[in-house]
Design a protein around this ligand. Sequence first.
Ligand code: AMP
Length: 215
Amino acid sequence: MRIVFLGPPGSGKGTQAQRLVASLGIPQVSTGDLLRDHRKRGTALGLRAEAIMARGDLVDDATILDMVKDRLAQPDAAKGFILDGFPRTLAQADGFEALLASIGRKLDHVVLFNVDRAALVKRISGRRTCADCNRVFNIYTAPPSVPPPCGGQCTTPRLVQRKDDEEATVAQRLAVYDELTNPLVDYYRKRGLLREVDAEGDLATVTARVTAALR
Ligand code: AMP
């Protein structure tokens, strides 16, 4: 199954993707995680992306498309993937459509995560990520339990707040979403791919809604 999770920052795309990886048997592909990995490794792309991400702006479309193309060519993505945070612009969506067509594949679903704007800001300010395994927690809604389960990936999560989750950057990220990413809602609705999900509520309830939307 080839799926895109669409929605503003903080709408829960990453958390829900991580919850569905096992049951769907396909990987989560987060362009934000791929970029953060480049940053951690100090690659040329990571160094270039760092300032852009810190401002809450978008990395250029050609770079992102190349990165996604490489990632989707990995063997674990052959059966499908959950794309989280991509595409984010109409140019990325067009490039992605062309990429899929070139390998004779089609997108199955685009799930739109609907969350009230006020709830978003609170979610983002509570978000913490494990610096070792990238698992997402929230100090308000999904705190690590004791002993902390870290998806079997690491025993003790090292919770850090993403720099771009600080309040000053969040407003810019939401403005960028409204201007550049929101047009994708109509883009995918016109193609008959859009599935809208109420993404407010506890984690399990939202997972059940997303699962139902994928049927
Ligand atoms: P995310 O983890 O999805 O919130 O992404 C964090 C940051 O990485 C974004 O604010 C952008 O600066 C950058 N980024 C992630 N995905 C993309 C994308 N598809 N296109 C451009 N920039 C991206």
